[in-house]
Design a protein around this ligand. Structure first.
Ligand SMILES: [Zn+2]
Length: 418
């Protein structure tokens, strides 16, 4: 019985032992399962992270490559531009007021570039016109920027001067009176040379408004006028009135004479006088100042030496003077040279300096503008044109001016009969 009891106890102990063991094993397996689960989850998380990182890394690589391409392209463009810069053939130029120049642009290989836009940094000094020309407006300095169609740029420095120094005498006395004698419709052989002789005797200089049709067969006279320091100016090619011409015909009338004179003297004229005093539309927007007059000697009408001379002396007899006046005469008229001989002597004795129109404007501090009309350069008085109301000036000389427009028209007819 004891033995049986002992056996039973032993069996129960064994059973408890096995049960504890099974329990331990079960717990162990459970822990193992949990651990595996955690490991799985962790692995999955790590995997996802790695994938996300990889994707991010890849995409950032792609962006970088793109940016690099862009940067490379920009560098290439810059290098190309540096390799082939554009430039003004003349990077600095000096221009007299009223002159226009079409600049030449070249690339690094000295190839001319035609597709470009010019822009002036100071339009009061230098303007760019519709023909892409640089036009000098008033004395000073300005920069002109050229931009080519592909965006390359170049700079040009422009120095605008009052006039070419050769034409303006520096030994004139600004305090003494000055008058500008002008001679139209020539050159005219011995009439012109005889006028030159009279002027030279009295250290006088004058302005000759020449017509193209008269220039063509007398280039030597044109050269003589120029070389003796007088001003050669433009009076159109055929002396036709602007109201009978289209704008492009006016342009042709003006430009052909500029080229004609330049081919003889080497210098383009800067002043224009409208035939008959009729200021056509093109003339008024041209680069050339339009020179009218304040005293008409009426030499074309009287054809008389004494009357032409008297037209000057009577101004003084009536108590006026000629300081700053522009006097109209014609070297086309045979009676005029003898009158000029007398006029030069008379004015010289009165202390007058006989000057060119450009000299007169210069000494009176006027910067003449293209297309503007000038009929005198009085001291301390604004310049005015023929269209101004002359009633403010009760001088007889101005009464003559009022008649000019109509009478000059007749004058051309008379002159054509000559
Ligand atoms: Zn004329």
């Amino acid at each position: 019985m004891v033995i049986v009891m002992a056996n039973l106890e032993e069996r129960a102990r064994d059973e408890r032992y096995r049960q504890r063991r099974r329990e331990r094993l079960r717990k162990k397996r459970e822990r193992e399962r949990r651990r595996r689960k955690i490991m799985l989850v962790l692995t999955a998380v790590v995997l996802v992270l790695v994938i996300v990182l990889l994707v991010k890394l890849l995409s950032s690589c792609k962006v970088k490559t793109g940016e690099e391409a862009d940067v490379n392209a920009t560098q290439a463009t810059e290098e190309m531009t540096q390799a082939s810069p554009v430039r003004f053939v003349e990077s600095a130029m000096e221009l007299a007021i009223g002159k226009a120049v079409k600049p030449m642009i070249q690339d690094g290989n000295n190839q001319e570039i035609s597709d470009f836009v010019l822009q002036s940094q100071d339009e009061s000094i230098v303007k760019v016109n519709e023909n892409n020309e640089i036009v000098a407006k008033k004395a000073g300095d300005a920069t002109v920027i050229c931009t080519t169609a592909d965006g390359r740029t170049a700079e040009c420095h422009v120095h605008v001067i009052q006039m070419s120094g050769k034409k303006i005498r520096t030994d004139l006395d600004p305090e003494k009176p000055m008058v500008a004698l002008t001679f139209d419709d020539g050159p005219n052989g011995s009439n012109t040379t005889s006028i030159l002789d009279s002027l030279n005797k009295h250290n006088g200089r004058a302005t000759f408004f020449m017509a193209g049709y008269k220039i063509s067969d007398q280039p030597d006279i044109v050269r003589m006028v120029f070389e003796q320091g007088h001003e050669v100016a433009n009076h159109s090619r055929d002396h036709l009135y602007a109201n009978d011409l289209t704008e492009s015909q006016q342009e042709e009338q003006m430009e052909s004479v500029n080229q004609q004179i330049k081919s003889i003297t080497g210098e383009e004229p800067t002043l224009f006088r409208c035939p008959g005093g009729i200021e056509g539309e093109y003339y008024q927007k041209s680069k050339m100042p339009l020179i009218s007059w304040s005293i008409d000697t009426l030499d074309w009408k009287t054809k008389n030496t004494q009357s032409t001379y008297n037209a000057i002396t009577k101004v003084f007899e009536k108590g006026f003077n000629l300081d700053g006046d522009i006097v109209l005469m014609h070297d086309l008229q045979d009676s005029t040279p003898d009158a000029v001989e007398l006029i030069c002597k008379y004015l010289d004795e009165k202390g007058y300096q006989m000057v060119t129109v450009s000299e007169l404007a210069h000494y009176r501090g006027v910067e003449m503008q293209g297309g503007q009309i000038y009929n005198h350069f009085y001291k301390d008085e604004p310049v005015s044109d023929n269209s101004d109301d002359d009633s403010n000036n009760d001088s007889e000389t101005f009464t003559q001016t009022e008649q000019n427009n109509d009478e000059e028209e007749n004058s051309a007819e008379n002159q054509e009969e000559d």
